[in-house]
Design a protein around this ligand. Sequence first.
Ligand code: B12
Ligand code: SF4
Length: 577
Amino acid sequence: METESVLTRRFQLILIKPSHYDDDGYVIRWHRSMIPSNSLASVFAIAAEAGERQVLGLGVALEISCIDETNTRVDIPKLLAQLRAHDNFGMIGLIGVQSNQFPRAMDIARPFREAGVQVVIGGFHVSGVISMIDEHALGLDECRELGVAMFAGELEGRMDAVLQDAAAGSLAPLYNYMNDLPGINETPVPFLPKHYVTRTLGLSTSFDAGRGCPYQCSFCTIINVQGRKSRYRTPDDVEHLVRMNWAQGISKFFITDDNFARNRDWEKIFDRLIYLREEEKIPLGLLIQVDTLCHKIPRFMEKSKRAGVTRVFIGLENINPTNLLAAKKRQNKIGEYRKMLLAWKEVGILTLAGYILGFPADTPESIRHDIEVIKRELPLDILEFFCLTPLPGSEDHQKLWRAGVPMHPDLNRYDLEHVCAPHQNMTEAEWEAIYLEAWGLYYSKAHMRTLLRRGRVIGLPLMSLVKLLLTFATTIPVERVHPIQGGILRMKHPSERRPGLQQPHPAVFWAGFAWETVRKHVQIGSRLISLLLMLRQVKRDPAGDSYMDIALTPVDPEEDAKLELLAPTMAKQKAAA
Ligand code: B12
Ligand code: SF4
């Protein structure tokens, strides 16, 4: 009898990737979110492999379930009942928790801890704070008080100990591997079963081909958590994960490396992807992130195209050299921006760039001016704005913390959309106002028409461009969240309101939600119609094929020196001479 009961034990491993709260205090959740979480895919794959090796002993099964809160409600009573049915033989894993998600993660953890369920939290907040501040600051002591075990560092090669401790009911308060970054070659590759992937848009998934970045931007947390040395997956691993996904019909990937161009093995990985695409006819579609000097790497652009890259995200950050220097972003050379963007245009790949507002030299006027310069002179498709934020784990945050500069105490705001620290030229209200205004300035009707006209003459996929324009032009004004946190059909539930805020009467809540949903869809629908009409006009324009403007003009060093884009750089050079 005894043996039989041991054999039937099933450890419940529930992996939850928390979302965070919007400005009204509701969890940001969608019917379909943008893209599956790579953190969740990584931890799931590591756990699944541990399960196959029966790390909890012969006859003890590991039952893993995943919840990405950006697209699935965390139904706490249901999960508690599931765990109770197994005598609480299980564990909640709070996965890939960023600083802005930490308060929500704690709110999820609380009822589980009250019920005696074991909880472990991992991700950039815990790792970043331990790396740059200490083991107690910014909510980490709250974890200890609640009995939530913390995991700092990376999980590859370390899962067995966590699972075995949890199964024995004796989790340590802290697993700290920050000083020991594992190699990620030949470790389980990130993977999510298709029924999780279909909760996101466009049947695409994500993986990291490498970790670590050699640069030293002061606002960056990545170098202090994942290190500056390039660690990467082997081409065999990448091929394996592509085949696993293709077996379930998925061939579109977001390669999440912060800078794939600095992955030391980028070429070997691209060669393998080119083989899979050209010889095996797997219809790969890739989004990669690169730096502004990637066009200088021989063969990088051409092989990107052949490997199936359709979109690139570039960390442009700013066009003011003083700001770039202040952020130690020395690798961004403004004189190279046009060359790099035109090189991507030449291979027909859509470009998206991140632009940070709130560097020391910024004022509302300078930001307005810079956006107009970008629109006129840079051949860029999509621009995304962020507020400069001292993210826990970054050098910027560490400096302010040590200097005792007051920063916003609510971690939920550290999402790059809210102002969290003082600025020398702008009040908090001015900064937040120019952040919202910036979106409207770039996604004006006139500029979206220009982008479509440039797209036509270059031969970009215009429907893809329209979809991106719709997302980036509407998500902020309609949904009040950043487009990369967006999705389709915003979902809300009264139980998801932040504790401490007033709970509305259910009737009032649901009536408000229904009205809000209708209103938003009318707004989005009318923007879509106007974009489609614009596209039709652009396509039918008889002069469309000969369209030309400053941005599309090939680089000529003498002529480029006269552009406003380079005015601050030229002035600096003159002064230095
Ligand atoms: C890809 C990515 C995204 C994607 C996410 C989708 C996807 N496909 O994954 C998108 C573009 C949507 C995105 C959005 C945002 N992101 Co982002 N993102 C990243 C990026 C580049 C990679 C994440 C990743 O996959 N890492 C690899 C995984 C495997 O690492 P990991 O999460 O640390 O997990 C490992 C360990 O921590 C540990 N672990 C993790 N969880 C757990 C749990 C347990 C129980 C255990 C035992 C272990 C464990 O094991 C894992 C494997 O080793 C990171 C930077 C980076 N290099 O990580 C930024 C990063 C995580 N993002 C960041 C931010 C701020 C955001 C946004 C708020 C920005 C915005 N305004 O939109 C939003 C938030 C939206 C959201 N809902 O997540 C910050 C977070 C910083 C911080 N201190 O919080 C980072 C670090 C980048 C930065 N600017 O510094 N992001
Ligand atoms: S290039 Fe990107 S990943 Fe590298 S240090 Fe700068 S911000 Fe961080």
